[in-house]
Design a protein around this ligand. Structure first.
Ligand SMILES: Cc1cc2nc3c(=O)[nH]c(=O)nc-3n(C[C@H](O)[C@H](O)[C@H](O)COP(=O)(O)OP(=O)(O)OC[C@H]3O[C@@H](n4cnc5c(N)ncnc54)[C@H](O)[C@@H]3O)c2cc1C
Length: 417
């Protein structure tokens, strides 16, 4: 993508909107139907907002345990002090006051699909006509791992602050060890971005310290040239990258990782474990992907292939599209459109498209980017990357770093405002 097309792309994040289909005359027919959305992240909050925006007569309830959503996007900038947690925190007030979404600040602890009800953490129940499930990710257990001592910081909030605290307190010349899980995981460039941000921080604040990256993948999985250059040139002598290293167990007190390549002791240990769909997806019989870790869905409606009238969007779904917030926002619009059409007795739009964008800060002033467009392929019944679409930045630049905030603010607004 050249500079001018990238600018157009940034300006029209609603382009995720433009790439999705739109309901038009179906509003009245959905009158009074009840849609519950589980989870108020990029997927769930967008779905709740656009359901009401496009079909105001719907009765839409968003169930989310936290009054504030802490964005994982830009969260590495909390580690280097360029952003405070408050800068990437959002509430659901506008969804309620401007769009009329009911907000219920509780956990969903069970789904009764036969009775079409969800059970909340206080034991109360809510009935639905259609249910949208968007709980993000859960982590597979690792022997010996205690997140209170060894943070993942892969969901934002307290974990991020704990990692920041440990980083700031690291002894001079110390070692930061991080593990990367096998793909698919949330935000393909994210762990490499984190290694760069930590290295940049240590270069200035902790001379002699190093970052050891233990990657379970056979190589850097995206933006290989950009990250190889960062590791081998920009942060030469600071970043030590090891590929094909599987984490086996952890001694959380000693901050030691035991791996297929031996034992790695650290001063700060950051383990990002293998991901699965959010727990409510796993517990509700929705994780019917061959791996048992994700929810298989019909890609034109995001309706579960296991249980009717339940749709799964965002990082929990198993279409093979990247697990990322920008595309979660696009999936949410496709899903909201399909739900409105289905409730009105119609069919989902048959040719949906989605797009993905990730910006990676590489230092306090430079960043790279990666983007792709996906379209429904009826022959294979999958979302396929559109040939020739998207691309990646050539290297890193200050302009990318500035564009990163324009892009992120557009995404935040499109989801929460
Ligand atoms: C360092 C980093 C950088 C990133 N950078 C980018 C980027 O540049 N571009 C990009 O597109 N993506 C990026 N991402 C990825 C992005 O943050 C995730 O893919 C995105 O948050 C997924 O959205 P989601 O709605 O599926 O899940 P989440 O954002 O995790 O939201 C899930 C919500 O569901 C709620 N929930 C869970 N279970 C329940 C339950 N039982 N009942 C009620 N609520 C529940 C949770 O509280 C949470 O609020 C990045 C991630 C990281 C970690």
């Amino acid at each position: 993508m050249n500079t001018s097309s990238r600018r157009n792309f940034l300006k029209s994040l609603g382009g995720a909107t433009a790439l999705a289909s739109f309901p038009t005359l179906l509003h009245a027919a959905t009158n009074g139907s009840r849609v519950i959305v589980i989870g108020g992240g990029f997927a769930g909050a967008t779905a709740a907002k656009y359901l009401k925006h496009w079909s105001p007569d719907l009765n839409v309830t968003l169930v989310e345990p936290n009054a504030q959503y802490r964005s994982p996007i830009l969260s590495n900038l909390v580690l280097n002090g360029q952003r405070a947690l408050g800068d990437i925190s959002f509430n659901y007030n506008t969804l309620n006051t401007k769009y009329g979404v009911n907000i219920v600040t509780k956990w969903v602890q069970g789904i009764d699909s036969a009775a079409k009800m969800v059970e909340l953490s206080d034991g109360s129940k809510l009935e639905y006509d259609r249910l949208i499930v968007a709980p993000g990710i859960s982590f597979n257990p690792v022997d010996g791992l205690d997140f209170a001592k060894v943070p993942h910081a892969w969901q934002s909030g307290e974990q991020l602050l704990l990692l920041k605290q440990q980083l700031d307190a690291m002894p001079i010349g110390g070692t930061f060890v991080m593990t990367i899980p096998p793909s698919p995981y949330r935000c393909p460039p994210g762990p490499y971005e984190r290694a760069c941000i930590i290295a940049d921080y240590l270069k200035t604040n902790n001379p002699g310290a190093k970052v050891v990256v233990l990657d379970a993948n056979p190589d850097i999985i995206v933006e290989k040239e950009t990250f190889s250059h960062a590791f081998d040139v920009t942060y030469k002598g600071i970043v030590e990258y090891h590929k094909s290293v599987t984490l086996e167990s952890v001694d959380s007190d000693a901050r030691t990782a035991f791996t297929s390549a031996g034992e790695f002791k650290s001063d700060v240990l950051n383990v990002i474990p293998v991901h699965s769909a959010g727990k409510i997806v796993l517990d509700s019989g929705l994780a019917n992907h061959a791996t048992g870790r994700w929810a298989d869905v019909n890609p034109i409606s995001y309706e579960s292939t296991a249980i009717p009238d339940i749709h799964i969007i965002g990082d929990s779904q198993g279409t093979g599209q990247p697990k990322a917030g920008h595309i979660a926002n696009a999936e949410a619009k496709v899903c909201a459109d399909a739900v409105i059409r289905l409730l009105a007795g119609g069919l989902p739009y048959a040719a949906p498209m989605t797009n993905s964008a990730c910006y990676s800060p590489i230092s306090t002033t430079t960043a790279s980017w990666l983007t792709a467009v996906y379209g429904y392929d009826a022959a294979t019944d999958t979302m396929k990357k559109v040939v020739g679409s998207g691309g990646a930045s050539i290297g890193v630049s200050r302009e990318n770093h500035r564009d990163m905030f324009t892009w992120a603010n557009s995404l935040f607004d499109d989801t929460f405002a």
